[in-house]
Design a protein around this ligand. Sequence first.
Ligand SMILES: Cc1cc2nc3c(=O)[nH]c(=O)nc-3n(C[C@H](O)[C@H](O)[C@H](O)COP(=O)(O)OP(=O)(O)OC[C@H]3O[C@@H](n4cnc5c(N)ncnc54)[C@H](O)[C@@H]3O)c2cc1C
Length: 448
Amino acid sequence: MPGLLGRHAIVVGAGIGGLAAAKALSSSFEAVTVLERDALPSEPIARIGTPQARQVHVLLRGGLEALIDLFPEFETELERAGAVRVRVGSQSRLELPGFDPFPPRDLGFDYLSMTRPLLEFVVRRLIEKQGNISLISRCRVTQLLESPERTAVTGVRYDDANGRGTELAADFIVDASSRGTLTLELLDRIRLPRPEERQIGIDLHYAAAKFRIPSSAPPDWRTVLHRPSARSGRGGLLVPVEDNCWQVNLNHMHGGAVPENVADFVAFARTLRTQTIYAAIKGAVPIGPIYRFVFPCSARRRFEALERFPDYLLPLGDAICRFSPAIGQGMSVAAQQASALRRLVEARVSDAQPLKGLARSFYAAIDDFLTAPWAMAESDFIYEKTRGQRPHDFRERMNFNAALQRLASEDATVHQVMSEVSHLMKPSSALRDPGIVSRVTALMAAST
Ligand SMILES: Cc1cc2nc3c(=O)[nH]c(=O)nc-3n(C[C@H](O)[C@H](O)[C@H](O)COP(=O)(O)OP(=O)(O)OC[C@H]3O[C@@H](n4cnc5c(N)ncnc54)[C@H](O)[C@@H]3O)c2cc1C
């Protein structure tokens, strides 16, 4: 099999991470099978297995680029399906405590805005065009199967659409089931330790609604991101989506109530620090009900620190790391991981045992993709009630960030780098550039 690493790979879960991983593996395996517990809809609608999908889902530019890397026609297809193009900086209004709004500027790049079901639908359609990927729905994987020596996985057991238990063998398995329970249960069974899990408890309450975009919509922005202050913990996000609608999210940290009906939704918007979202939606026509969601904690599993891990198995996406949804990073990070996986498998083609120990190289390759979003998730320690291990240098980091924001508000170049890091296009180390650090440090010194 020249150019191939194996005959068959299985991906568990047809969410964003699973679909992207299937494409990443498709050039290195004869066949890839994606097993998904849900019935996959033939139109862009929400499904049970991804209950979060009714909430606003922003695909950051870094995530878009990772998906384009895997599916070159992705951007065109997404726009053709109805996604809305937004120019970052000039069309995306950012409201931060102390900057209501942050100075608008053209930052030189766009992103596409749409509902999560539309995004997943477009990726699924692109996957269905791949001759060697089979997408099998209504199959719940119940167990990862281990080798007799218990050092590797050899396949999965699943219940098919008729509830019949079936086994399927594979040379390589990706666990993109979001919870990652299959991987954890396997580790328990073969008596290997589970990875340490760090959690940042935020009990974030979410509510989402859709409105028809009125003809009176303000011409000076297309999206609004309203970041909460440490005192109120109330935030909001308004984005344009397909079919000329706004999808609006209102959120409240640490168990604060969120609205159940449209009238309360609009009233909640009025309690934000600014009236931008309230003014936009107060006269707009609502479409459909309010959907609510509770997100207990960001969580990162330290698989990279395990001394032993079964061969031919790879957890990916939320199975490794879940981030506060308010920063909109999870799908982008999952797509970046899949893109890294493709580079990794393609680079191993001439190795004697290309799939052995692949997980370890993968964890090293994705570390950079996790550092910036996890640091952003840690900023939730500004809330007194946040649970977990606060970083020892938290105060210094927050002071640095505050000064960096001030500098970026005055300097377009710094603003651009800050936005590229937030959109996961550059690693967070870009903000440690000596030129930027010396100016930030000078600002910090001047304000003490
Ligand atoms: C309220 C909320 C808002 C969010 N907003 C954003 C946002 O704005 N931007 C962003 O990038 N991210 C956002 N996220 C995060 C994002 O939803 C996830 O990070 C992303 O979906 C992770 O992809 P995944 O493939 O790992 O998991 P998922 O996309 O959740 O997919 C997992 C799939 O596995 C299937 N599955 C599970 N178990 C089995 C099994 N045993 N057998 C077969 N199939 C199985 C599920 O049915 C599902 O299809 C948000 C999350 C929440 C909770």
